[in-house]
Design a protein around this ligand. Sequence first.
Ligand SMILES: [Zn+2]
Length: 382
Amino acid sequence: MRPLARLLRSAAVTRCASTSPTPAPAPTLICPAPPPAGFFQADGSRGTVEWDRRTPPMVWHPDYSVPWPSNHRFAMWKFDDLRLECVRSGLVPSERAFFSPRDEAGDEELDAAILAAHDATYVADVTTGTLEATLWRRVGFVQAPDHARLMRRTRLEVAGTLAAADLARTHGLCAHLAGGTHHAHRRYGAGYTIFNDLAVAALDHARRRLGPVVVVDLDVHQGDGTAEILAGERGITTWSMHCAENYPFGFNEKFAPYLGGDASTIDTGLPRGAGDAEVLAALDDVLPRLLDDVAPTLVLFDAGADAHAVDGLGHLELTDAGVRNRDEYVLRACADRGIPCVTVIGGGYDRDRERLARRHASVCWSAATIWRDYDLRSRGGA
Ligand SMILES: [Zn+2]
């Protein structure tokens, strides 16, 4: 058995009792592994981060994954699997090397950042669990077994992208082992996303007058929520390159009229079946000119894993090498111009947990390559 598979069996695959009020049959829940030893102090605060600068700063939190029905399409367990993969493969020396967002409870700055991107009524309704059923179904988390934990991890994930942006501004590059919640709109969530971390981080950067921001969204699905929230925002440019025959396009207008009508600053819709060469050519066509024209001081890069041929839910046919080349192209384009870049994960629907963890780790490996090639460890403060 492969080492990660062994870890998954011994830790993250642990089954726990269902909290469903229905008597039977209760869905099997997949529970995350316990936090790594030393990750939290006795008072609940974060222990010392043991980052040695050999790899770019990476952001993760033990509560990103919450107990989740094993048959759910959204792989809630993948955040924990990804950190195990990063450590097992030697990319990160230990879990204690990860940065983590500070606890989201009572974080007024985080509240304000979320409310800059989302409607206050929606935030209140989704937080208190009073969101009407049709809107909750639009999110896709109807089966959510523990609403409080789901909302905590949702807010933590947004806080994680904000923390990653801070680290990128200091060190030039940061990889977030979550994020990419790009279908969440201002007044509703969709496509397994509740709050939009990319929009929140872009608006936060702009609000603090830190310069122009570019969102580079290469998930196989169009970043429709990001497009809607950030439309018309000064100093913020959104570019989505996706398959034009995937969600949110092509749905019956009678049943889902809210889908498919949001325009990014630039949308590049690739045909079904486009592969490595076509994606790289389209990147080369758009990205260098975009970065030179806008001269951003931050790039938020959604490295969607669902552009991969076997990830599921997508119709682009990238290979492992294609994903790696795509991600390194973006990161090099930023590093060449000295633009700080945050990577977030996106997509990720493979039912094979080990394979999915490796696929999400790919962008972290790419970040590590760029970190080394451009000697970014010598940049930034302590
Ligand atoms: Zn996607």
